[in-house]
Write a protein that binds this ligand. Structure first.
Ligand code: C2E
Ligand code: MG
Ligand code: MG
Length: 755
């Protein structure tokens, strides 16, 4: 703290107080003019009012209350002076107005104390404080009753009951004030300097102790205790204000932790009154009953205080306990969903495995297309979805199971017992639309399952579940896959494939085959679908079902897809030149979801059409339902492509997020009915019904229906009977090189149709 010179107000107040005491001391021995004693007060009080008013910005409200309190005390001394000079109160007796003003001043200071922001107390603390004050008051009263009052009897005789009451009221108020200041300075003072409060507490002591001087002055009517007490009080207030200014200069003090130091005052009070009772009893004093009553009351008050303190301590311990539990919970749980985290889950899995549970399975659940939801609808919606999914999974878990969030949209579940049933319940529940941020979302999850074997660790199970989950993702959306040792090889292979694929683009290892899309029943060439092939220099042909997912995961699909698109368009132009009217009327190119999410994809399609000179209406872009299901960028790009005049086909229709509503938002021209329905179309069951219904929809919405994967004449006949007019499949032709298309002739007209 920088050294500071004491404020002028402080110097002045010390001067006034010293003068007052000297003057008072002289008065003890010889008569002094009373006007001088009262006159000093006119100097002392305004200085204190000014000093506390200017005590500083920190805790300004409190110091304004102190100022107001000093005004009250100043008025009290003015009233006392008036009483004295008008002769209304003889000697040391205090009038009611004086006492009221004095107590009001003191109460204003106490009010300021209550309004210190950092010093806000709980009800229990105030109760305890009240009990302390009561204890103090009863103790003091008991002692005064026994020691002081008998001696005062002669003195009070002249002043009457009212005068005595005033003295008692002032003394009591001063004691309460002192205790309050001490109490607050112990338990937290907010912005107020602690030592300033101690000093202010002394003013209470001065007020209370001053009463004791009164009997000494019984024979000196020209003196008044106020002549020294008020200058002393003023000096203390100036001193406190000075402390506050220094402390504020040095910076706001760090709040001191709440002190729970046990107070010795209650015990002292019990001991003191007890001792008084004993000595009085031994001396056979006549007011023994009063002393005994006082001692009893003090004991009762202290006992009550201790019971309250004890109960408070128990409550504090409970709070502490709850806080600790909450902290432990936070450490083991995910803030967003409230689910357990990885640490807790691993601990639980380890415990379950150690228990020799043969039926432990670890499931890893990853939401499909969560990234798109997050990107398109915003993070708050994404967060709400994650929480909702967590709640749904939790709701389906039987006793002993646990779900944790591992991060992102990935959840891990410890399952016990029949995992198939639990997983079925979870996926069924997840399929119900989830309300998140005002959106109705349909979520699907890819789930990998790893059943435990003897000797497995939690980490190994989580790893296997992860491998299985990736396998599930590769198979499409919303699948569940149980881990199998071969998957590890496949995962390794996929990374190898992705690495090799980079080189494949530059070294002509890739080429396109074209599969005819034919008109039924004649089987005449209507269009072709371009299908990519990769001949690996060492490993031979690799199917797109293996490398397309790898390319999608690595993002390589973007340059790969661009190459495919350009190559197919070039070939289409070549056919037009070579074949004229017989050329395929449409050339289909598969476009993956990842490509559609690439901003500016439509622009690239346009550029390719311009470069190659292919009329837009010859090109068809094939996308799966899932790619555009969530709306957002993919759908926007698709609309832009359609606006170019390019046709849009919904591929593998019926296997993905089949939503008929999609047909209204998505600018589709062609619907490719998935092979899985075609396979069973001759069985007459559900697939046949679906195939028939899809055709009705296509007719109603002016979409061209293409049946995919037609392998047999029976399927072809049935499809034609149902009304299908376009088909694709091995029954007509396998994917072939571009030259094959030039010479393509229908192999066979469907005999039954012909008949
Ligand atoms: P897709 O778009 O549904 O293509 C049809 C697939 O079914 C092709 O498999 C085709 O050879 C096969 N197929 C056609 N008729 C029959 C049949 O009668 N029976 C059977 N069993 N299969 C038939 P492919 O060429 O192996 O392609 C598989 C998938 O890989 C494609 O399904 C497509 O999703 C993807 N794909 C192929 N080429 C490309 C491409 O250039 N770009 C992108 N993004 N994906 C491609
Ligand atoms: Mg396709
Ligand atoms: Mg298909």
């Amino acid at each position: 703290m920088p050294r500071m010179r004491p404020t002028r107000t402080l110097v002045a107040s010390i001067g006034v107080a010293a003068t007052a005491w000297v003057w008072f001391a002289i008065g003890m021995f010889r008569h002094t003019p009373p006007a001088a004693g009262w006159g000093l007060l006119v100097l002392a009080v305004p200085v204190a009012i000014y000093a506390s008013w200017r005590a500083g910005a920190a805790g300004r409200t409190f110091w304004r209350y102190v100022s107001a309190g000093m005004v009250g005390m100043g008025l009290a001394s003015a009233a006392a002076a008036r009483d004295y000079f008008s002769g209304e109160q003889a000697g040391q007796h205090i009038g009611t107005v004086t006492a009221t003003l004095y107590v009001t001043g003191l109460m204003l200071m106490l009010l300021g104390l209550l309004r210190i922001p950092g010093a806000q107390r709980s009800r229990i603390e105030w109760t305890r404080f009240g009990l302390d004050v009561a204890t103090m008051v009863v103790t003091v009263t008991t002692f005064s009753w026994h020691l002081v009052l008998p001696r005062w009897e002669s003195w009070t005789a002249g002043g009457g009951a009212a005068g005595t009451a005033s003295v008692v009221v002032i003394a009591t108020a001063a004691v309460i004030g002192m205790l309050a200041f001490v109490k607050v300075s112990f338990t937290g003072t907010g912005p107020i300097d602690r030592r300033a409060l101690y000093i202010l507490a002394l003013t209470g002591a001065v007020g209370a102790g001053g009463g004791a001087l009164a009997p000494l002055l019984a024979d000196k009517p020209y003196l008044n205790t106020g002549h020294v007490l008020l200058p002393t009080t003023s000096m203390l207030v100036c001193l406190a204000a000075d402390r506050q200014r220094r402390a504020s200069r040095a910076g706001i003090p760090a709040p001191r932790p709440l002190s729970r130091r046990p107070s010795v005052m209650p015990y002292t009070a019990v001991l003191a009154t007890g001792a008084l009772l004993l000595t009085s009893a031994a001396a056979g004093v006549r007011d023994l009953l009063a002393v005994a009553a006082g001692s009893f009351v003090v004991t009762l008050l202290v006992a009550t205080r201790q019971v309250i303190a004890l109960r408070d301590n128990v409550r504090l311990l409970d709070d502490l306990d709850a806080r600790q539990r909450q902290l432990a919970h936070q450490a083991g749980h995910d803030g967003l969903t409230g689910l357990a985290n990885r640490t807790v889950l691993v601990r639980e899995i380890t415990a379950a495995l150690a228990g020799g549970c043969p039926d432990v399975t670890v499931a890893l659940l990853d939401l499909d297309d969560f990234k798109e939801i997050n990107d398109d609808l915003g993070h708050p919606v994404g967060d709400a979805l994650l929480a909702a999914v967590g709640a749904r999974v939790t709701a389906q878990l039987p006793e002993g199971c646990l779900v944790a969030r591992l991060g992102g949209d990935e959840y891990a579940v410890l399952l016990r017992g029949d995992h198939t049933a639990i997983v079925a319940a979870i996926t069924a529940d997840l399929r119900q639309p989830v309300r998140a941020g005002g959106h109705e979302l349909i979520v699907e999850a890819s789930i990998g399952l790893a059943p435990a074997h003897p000797g497995d660790t939690a980490d190994e199970l989580l790893r296997r579940a992860d491998v299985a989950m990736y396998e599930a993702k590769g198979q499409g959306k919303g699948r569940q896959v149980v881990y199998d040792d071969r998957m590890d090889h496949r995962t390794a292979e996929q990374s190898r494939v992705a690495a090799d694929l980079r080189g494949a683009l530059d070294t002509d290892q890739l080429h396109l085959l074209y599969q005819p899309i034919v008109a039924m029943p004649g089987g005449e060439l209507f269009g072709v679908e371009a299908l990519v092939r990769w001949i690996h220099p060492e490993r031979g042909p690799i199917g797109p079902n293996l490398f397309i997912p790898a390319a999608e995961r690595t993002g390589l699909i973007v340059p790969l897809g661009a190459w495919i698109l350009e190559e197919a368009c070039r070939q289409a132009v070549r056919w037009q030149q070579e074949m004229g009217d017989a050329a395929p009327r449409t050339v289909s190119v598969n476009v993956s979801a990842r490509q559609l999410r690439e901003a500016g994809f439509a622009g690239e399609v346009d550029a390719v059409l311009r470069r190659t000179g292919l009329p837009p209406q010859v090109l068809t872009v094939e996308v799966t339902e899932t790619a555009v299901f969530d709306g957002g960028t993919a759908l926007d790009e698709l609309k832009a492509i359609a606006a170019l005049g390019v046709k849009i086909a919904l591929d593998d229709f019926g296997t993905g997020h089949s939503s008929l509503g999609l047909l209204r938002t998505c600018p589709a021209d062609i619907l490719k009915v998935d092979k899985s329905f075609v396979d069973d179309v001759t069985g007459g069951g559900e697939p046949a019904v679906i195939v028939a219904a899809l055709l009705t929809i296509c007719d109603g919405m002016r979409l061209r229906a293409v049946a995919e994967g037609v392998e047999t004449a029976e399927q072809a006949a049935e499809l034609h009977r149902l009304g299908y007019r376009y088909a694709q499949g091995y029954h007509y032709a396998r994917p072939m090189a571009a030259e094959g298309i030039t010479v393509y002739r229908p192999a066979h007209r469907d005999s039954r149709v012909a008949a």
